[in-house]
Design a protein around this ligand. Structure first.
Ligand code: GDP
Ligand code: IMO
Ligand code: MG
Length: 419
């Protein structure tokens, strides 16, 4: 029972990388279990900034890093990331589960082509995530264990290519040849082969040895393929159930489930955003919070904190605690708003409706709060201004989950535990 799961409770980019790095001080192993390089997790230590797309953020502290079976791995991005970390002097053990899916060049082309031709765009990261997971479900994906065995890889590729050629041709795009793909992928496979290990087995053995394990979710609850604002979602499951299936662990092994949320809310890509702000206030928060995508550089949409979302995420994920990030970004604002219910057709909603078209029509019901100004140094919750404590208390009361971690700046040390 020494597993701590860290999940995004909003639309991604909540500061999961920072929270994982903070908690990794007391962990032995850090595991990514969903998504691929659509994720961008930032860790800031002193004057150094690390941006992770595939390797778990625990690499900064030299922890054992695992890429579990639920992931979609782009091998060239992974090799680059490993080399970047080596150049930065980071030493860590890396394990890649044989079941993880491989993102192929045609997945990336299909992702881009689909987005380009769609009337209603999802606003994907164009990293091939959707087409890769679609192939997994269709049983034509290529797994890590196949990718690292040249003979099997060739066979799998040969079986997939005729279909991919046809699919891409329907968008007027030529599929890269078998020869070209092999030329790029065989050397990558040679570089990655030694990292193969059954992560599910490794984690369960590590648990028996009383090792402390951190599970690093990518994306956020409302990007979940089932429970998010479908179809404006990703193709994996960034929720508690996704961690179990994305690693291969029984439910009883989870000890803490931490939902990470910003003190406000952001979203990149399309889809409903009930508390979205426009104009001067939105620009102020975007600039102060540096709300630009870690992966794509796109400006993030911003809005007030939405507790209807956190309530739903917490109910389905079973959060045992919350981590609230970016409190500093709200510092200095005269008034703050928090949405605690939605209104639609005279009905009040306390949870996010399942039907995305209904969510699009919901209007936020706000509680207004007095603003606060944070002091430079914050060592404990007591150092926060009274108004900030009232704001946080309201979140706890509405979501019915205690806030255990508060982050007030991008740096590792700008974090407090609320015991
Ligand atoms: P992730 O995908 O959830 O790991 O989040 P990202 O790294 O994509 O985005 C979060 C951004 O906010 C990064 O640039 C972090 O360095 C930064 N950040 C994290 N926590 C805080 C905080 O408390 N205050 C401020 N100002 N920035 C933060
Ligand atoms: P981290 O782990 C924020 C969004 C995309 C798009 C939708 C589908 O850094 O929090 P995809 O490329 O996955 O098919 O895109 O999901 N998205 C993210 N938004 N943070 C992320 O990851 C995201 N990963 C995907 O913008 O709306
Ligand atoms: Mg991110």
């Amino acid at each position: 029972m020494r597993l701590t799961l860290v999940l995004g409770a909003q639309f991604g980019d909540e500061g999961k990388g920072k929270v994982v790095d903070f908690l990794a001080a007391n962990a032995d192993v850090v595991v990514r279990f969903n998504g691929g390089n659509n994720a961008g997790h930032t860790v800031v230590v002193g004057d150094k900034t690390y941006k992770f797309h595939l390797v778990p953020s625990g690499a900064v502290r030299g922890k054992v890093c695992c890429l579990a079976s639920g992931m979609a791995i782009n091998p060239s991005v992974l090799v680059e990331e490993i080399e970047m970390l080596k150049r930065a002097g980071k030493r860590f053990k890396l394990l890649i589960d044989p079941r993880a899916q491989i993102i192929m060049p045609y997945h990336i082309l299909l992702d881009g082509a689909k987005e380009k031709s769609a009337r209603k765009k999802i606003g994907t990261t164009k990293r091939g995530i959707g087409p890769c997971y679609a192939d997994r479900a269709f049983r034509s994906g290529i797994r890590f264990c196949e990718f690292i065995e040249p003979k099997i890889f060739k066979e799998r590729l040969r079986a997939a290519l005729p279909f991919k050629r046809r699919e891409l041709a329907s968008y007027g795009i030529r599929c890269p040849s078998e020869k070209k793909i092999l030329k790029e992928f065989l050397p990558l496979a040679r570089k990655l082969k030694s990292y193969e290990a059954d992560v599910s087995l490794f984690i369960q053995k590590a648990l028996k040895q009383k090792k402390r394990i951190l599970l690093e979710g990518a994306q956020g609850f409302f990007l979940d393929n089932d429970f998010g604002t479908y179809p404006y979602v990703t193709s994996s499951h960034p929720i508690t159930g996704g961690a179990l299936i994305g690693i291969g662990i029984p439910p009883g092994s989870l000890e803490r489930i931490i939902g990470v949320a910003k003190a406000y809310c952001t979203r990149v890509g399309s889809g409903p955003f009930v508390t979205e702000l426009k104009g001067k206030l939105a620009n102020f928060i975007r600039e102060k919070g540096m709300e630009y995508g870690t992966t794509t550089g796109r400006p993030r949409r911003v809005g007030w904190l939405d507790l209807v979302m956190l309530r739903t995420a917490s109910r389905i994920c079973g959060f045992t605690e919350l981590a609230i990030t970016k409190l500093d970004v709200l510092s200095g604002l005269r008034k703050l708003k928090v949405c605690y219910a939605y209104k639609h057709c005279g009905k009040e909603h306390r949870e996010v409706p399942a039907n995305t078209f209904e969510v699009e029509k919901c209007r936020p019901v706000y509680r207004e709060f007095k603003g606060f100004k944070l002091p430079e140094k914050i060592k404990s919750i007591k150092d926060l201004p009274k108004e900030a404590r009232i704001y946080l208390r309201f979140i706890e009361k509405q979501v019915k989950v205690p806030i255990k971690i508060i982050s007030y700046g991008p740096e590792r040390k700008q974090t407090i535990f609320n015991r």
